[in-house]
Design a protein around this ligand. Structure first.
Ligand code: ATP
Length: 255
């Protein structure tokens, strides 16, 4: 076990496991909604510090996969291990406490609470002394949130809400961050800003699993990627190789 100091960006110290075993390991995962089989026999691994993209068409099972990993959905069968331990049956809060944090599609912010209150929700499970300084760091990184800190979160623009959701997630001190369509519906300038934040979070040593509609950008920024089709894994590999893969280009990159 080695420690990576990421205090340059946030006073968060993240312990990164050696690359010998995956930080997250998903084996033979099956998830269904009633009779609808949304994820079939999925296997994936994420090593500490990696940025991995999960791409696929609408309805491919990407969101379902993230929800099953973070404890929001109970799988039919299969195993999810985090830091070497099975996490089946543990709810999202227990997993947040262990450093597995999700930013859901649609951001999941509390619309009737202020920006400040939303950020403090990210610290809900923390008992350390760095909370105030970490909130200040988030405000310094996202001055738009600082300017509006008393404003109700529901009145923010979509892009600002996404920044708030990311800021709140960072305050939970994630070791693994699951991001579900963080740029969905945003203006191009905000899309660029969100990708920059994702890159920054990754460079802090946080492992990132990114579900992204913009497959081109998702592959450009990732180390590796998985491609889902109708709930099944159809391709995986280094992201740059998938960018050059004619099958991926035809199906997901509009070539
Ligand atoms: P998108 O990019 O459109 O968000 P996705 O790849 O994230 O798609 P999922 O949302 O995981 O796909 O959906 C996978 C399948 O499960 C789809 O066929 C979808 O219709 C179905 N599904 C998702 N949520 C539910 C639900 N709550 N009840 C029933 N079926 C669902």
């Amino acid at each position: 076990m080695s420690t990576v100091d990421v205090s340059v960006s946030m006073s968060v110290s993240i312990e990164v496991d050696e690359l010998t075993e995956p930080q997250l390991s998903v084996r033979q995962l099956h998830v269904a909604y009633g009779g609808i089989q949304a994820v079939k026999n999925l296997n994936l691994d994420l090593y500490a510090g990696e940025l991995v993209s999960l791409i696929g068409a609408n309805g491919a099972g990407k969101t379902t996969t993230l929800k099953a990993i973070c404890g929001l959905l109970a799988p039919q069968s299969g195993e999810v291990r985090f830091n070497g331990h099975p996490i089946a049956g543990q709810g999202p809060w227990a997993l947040v406490e262990q450093g597995l944090v999700m930013v859901p599609e649609g951001r999941g912010i509390f619309a009737r609470m202020s920006i400040d209150e939303n950020l403090r929700m990210g610290c809900y499970l923390r008992k350390d002394k760095d909370i105030e300084s970490d909130i200040d760091t988030v405000y310094r990184r996202f001055p738009r949130l600082k300017e509006r800190h008393r404003q109700l979160a529901g009145t923010l623009s979509g892009g600002e809400q996404q920044l708030l959701a990311m800021g709140r997630a960072l305050l939970a001190k994630p070791r693994l961050l699951l991001l579900d369509e963080p740029t969905m519906g945003l203006a191009p300038i905000m899309v660029d800003q969100i990708f920059e934040v994702v890159r920054e979070v990754s460079s802090m040593g946080v492992t990132v699993l990114l579900v992204e509609q913009n497959a081109h950008r998702a592959l450009e920024m990732a180390d590796r990627a998985y491609v889902l089709d109708s709930g099944e894994l159809v391709l995986s590999g280094p992201a740059k190789e998938l960018l050059d893969n004619p099958q991926v280009q035809a199906a997901y990159l509009g070539a």
